[in-house]
Design a protein around this ligand. Sequence first.
Ligand SMILES: Nc1ncnc2c1ncn2[C@@H]1O[C@H](COP(=O)(O)OP(=O)(O)O)[C@@H](O)[C@H]1O
Ligand SMILES: [Mg+2]
Length: 243
Amino acid sequence: MTDVVRLDAVSKVYGKGQGAVAALREVSVGIPRGSFTAVMGPSGSGKSTFLHCAAGLDVPSSGSVTLGGTELAGMNETALTELRRLRIGFVFQAFNLISALTVIENITLPLRLAGVKADRAWLDEIVSRVGLEGRTSHRPAQLSGGQQQRVAIARALIARPEVVFCDEPTGALDTMTARDVLTLLREVVDGMGQTVVMVTHDPVAASYADAVLFLADGRIVDTLTAPTSEQVAERMTRLGAWV
Ligand SMILES: Nc1ncnc2c1ncn2[C@@H]1O[C@H](COP(=O)(O)OP(=O)(O)O)[C@@H](O)[C@H]1O
Ligand SMILES: [Mg+2]
């Protein structure tokens, strides 16, 4: 499998001098196309920084990030913005929908911002895959949390991105709804061939992934393939995550 995202010796230091914090330390990893990867680690281990650097939301202090073979270093903010709209999908814990827009308008927003017309057949397929038929003219406030996250997942898929990055996508959902959303992300990978990278602190959520990367103190210290939630919980305990 080819890597859709590659990080080579990526370091990120916040601040300067005495107060400097090394959030990532020479992280090198490849994310295979069509895979579902979970990123775990104790609080402050660098998970969000990893996601932000991989997604072009933040610029590494050193090292190289490539997306589909494109080197992000040296791209200007306009080019990065377009890349984030069309080549990357984002799903956040807080859904981040626009309350004044309908479901359909929220889903197609990245395309409209990029000045690209939505393909009707593709839009219909996405709406159906995330199970939002009959809800397309609703506003976010008229939907449950799980439905709102489905809108966010549909929005993340609309541009047929190379990768979908999720930061704690089930963090605001109850257990049952979280499972539905994780099953949907699994289907996005298995049924649509998408690549998904998900930050989570939940071992059950991580067990839906093909592989888990464990971060500690800004480094990848462990990986697990075909993870069970028990294995993930045991590794997290060893990292001192729940002391
Ligand atoms: N914008 C920032 N300015 C200064 N320090 C930051 C900033 N963002 C993150 N950090 C620090 O970098 C480290 C990693 O943070 P983060 O990536 O948010 O970890 P995680 O998501 O695993 O909790 C932490 O020590 C955090 O305090
Ligand atoms: Mg975080």
